[in-house]
Design a protein around this ligand. Structure first.
Ligand code: ATR
Length: 525
């Protein structure tokens, strides 16, 4: 079983004890890594006693005194660090972690620690580790092979992810080549945002452990996920070897609400899956390298991916390149926001943005799509979001006028989809049944801005704002005040996620649960 370990990096006994209690008490960590290099003012025996008392005998205790060259806190030399470990040995750690480099260059390390190696009864097992905070070492395989050849029990390698593809290497090391379990258990972590999957999916691929921090940014390595996030957001307890992998590709991606919404839906419906953020730098090549890499590794069980800015066009190009099926309207929009994998080498693409918006409108209006034929619609904005809305509403037969600050953009889009174009400053006199804002005007923090003067609104209008932060924009507030039907960007966001979930799982999505996740997140900030 893959352990979930929390590093303790506090300098005083009181602080360290508080963290230990949180980690192995309510937090539910299986292991604690005592970072002796940080804990210079802490009574280590007491720390171990508290771990045993609060977490029970099964809680694994790991100790390390990290070399400053590999992320250690204080300028402690080899001899000092080895002395710390030897001194702490009688307190009964289950594992001691020493850097491979220290082990090799420092005869005292081998001489002093070797007699202490063993399994229980005052002896500990040895983790030999290598860390590179600057990037990926050229010879990951060679480092792992060299570590395995030493008399250690666990092989650990950590480096700063250079791209999301570094996760592939981590997964391969964890599960072993050709799916044959490695001779010794492995910890393989890609640090940083792009490496987050190596932490969350460690359990799926059978790693020895993964780390989580007590608090955000309190961790001893960049990109560490908190214990609460690991357990609740990323479904740690539900992850098993069969778990399907889902995720959202974008850049930036850490503020995406999609992991929260989809993981909550999977929990609610007992779907054997986990959904992670996948940071992929802009450009077609980085996008294609990851998706191709995932498809080349059927054992990864990638089932579905959401695609967001700046990769929606790349997703379409990729599908064309691999001969994947593309939903006709997604092709017309020129953007795919959902990839659906059916087995290892079959992938298809959808655009659930336009359907999400259309369905949110239809529900609010209590009508079906046939009733939209000929309905006059004003769309404010002519960017990417507008394009999806224009295509979706034209597909329903709406009579669309596009208003945009840069008139030429409105004209181009209008010509393509058979609509009219107007400059945005004429929107004040618009006559439409449905008004849709796709500009970013009114978005946090400029919450007092509005794309349409209040006088332009009439009470028989349906007003839809694509902006969802704040949930009630000034436009929606003013529209609601005079009795218009209003549809918020939250409705669209939830619906596009609902459509994704259903296309991946074939199950009915728990819409209310998903909506609550989004509303909770938006009202918390
Ligand atoms: P998205 O993909 O979210 O649609 P986009 O392609 O950058 O983003 O488009 C943003 C839209 O909001 C555009 O229509 C933009 O108008 P321009 O084409 O004139 O740039 C519009 N927009 C953004 N900020 C605006 C502002 N302050 N006033 C008027 N329109 C604005």
């Amino acid at each position: 079983m893959t352990l979930l370990a929390v590093p303790i990096t506090r300098g005083t006994t009181d602080e360290a004890m508080a963290d230990i209690r949180r980690a192995v008490g309510g937090g539910g960590a299986d292991a604690v890594e005592l970072r002796l290099d940080y804990m210079t003012g802490v009574d280590v025996a007491e720390a171990v006693a508290v771990i045993r008392e609060v977490g029970g005998a099964k809680t694994t205790v790991i100790m390390t005194a990290r070399d400053p060259a590999e992320g250690g806190q204080w300028r402690l030399d080899d001899a000092q660090r080895i002395a710390m470990l030897v001194k702490a040995a009688p307190t009964g750690p289950d594992y001691v972690d020493v850097e491979l480099a220290t082990w090799r260059r420092c005869p005292e390390a081998r001489r002093e620690l070797t007699p202490l190696l063993g399994d229980g009864r005052g002896r500990f097992r040895l983790i030999l580790s290598s860390h590179d905070f600057d990037g990926r070492p050229a010879d990951v395989e060679a480092i792992v092979a060299a570590t395995e050849a030493e008399p250690c029990h666990v092989v650990k390698i950590v480096w700063r992810a250079e791209s999301v593809c570094d996760n592939f290497t981590c997964f391969e090391l964890m599960r072993g080549r050709q799916g044959r379990a490695p001779e010794k258990p492995v910890i393989a972590i890609a640090m940083g945002e792009a490496g987050l999957p190596s932490r969350v999916l460690a359990k799926k691929f059978g790693a020895f452990l993964s780390f989580a921090s007590i608090e955000a940014d309190a961790g001893s390595a960049p990109g560490q996920v908190t214990l609460g996030e690991m357990k609740h957001l990323y479904r740690w307890d539900a992850i098993r070897p069969t778990t399907g992998v889902y995720g959202v590709i974008g850049c930036p991606i850490m503020h995406s609400m999609s992991p929260a919404i989809h993981n909550a839906a999977m929990s609610e419906c007992d779907v054997d899956g986990v959904y992670v953020p996948l940071r992929i730098e802009p450009g077609y090549e980085p996008f294609a390298a990851f998706v191709r890499g995932a498809m080349d590794r059927p054992w990864m069980d990638v089932r579905g991916l959401s695609v967001t800015i700046p990769h929606k066009e790349n997703a379409l190009r990729f599908l064309d390149e691999v001969g994947g099926e593309v939903e006709p309207l997604a092709r017309k929009i020129g953007a795919v926001n959902t990839l659906v994998f059916d087995g290892a080498d079959t992938v298809g693409g959808l655009n659930t943005d336009y359907a999400g918006a259309r369905d949110a409108l239809l529900e609010a209006m209590g009508c079906d799509r046939s009733e939209l034929t000929g309905v006059p619609v004003a769309i404010l904005g002519a960017g990417g979001a507008s394009r999806a809305l224009v295509a979706g509403l034209r597909d329903c037969g709406c009579d669309v006028t596009i208003y945009n600050r840069t008139f030429s953009r409105a004209e181009t889009l209008a010509a393509e989809f058979g609509c009219r174009a107007e400059p945005l400053d004429r929107a004040g006199s618009l006559k439409a049944k449905i008004v849709v804002n796709t500009t970013s005007i009114g978005m946090h923090p400029n919450v007092e801005a509005t794309p349409l003067p209040g006088e332009a609104l009439r009470r028989d209008m349906v007003v839809f704002d694509n902006v969802y932060n704040p949930m009630e924009t000034r436009l929606l507030r003013e529209a609601g005040a005079i009795g218009c039907l209003t549809v918020s960007g939250v409705d669209m966001f939830v619906r596009q996620a609902v459509a994704q979930f259903e296309s991946w799982t074939g199950r009915q999505a728990p819409r209310e649960v998903m909506r609550r996740v989004v509303v909770d997140r938006l009202t918390r900030h």
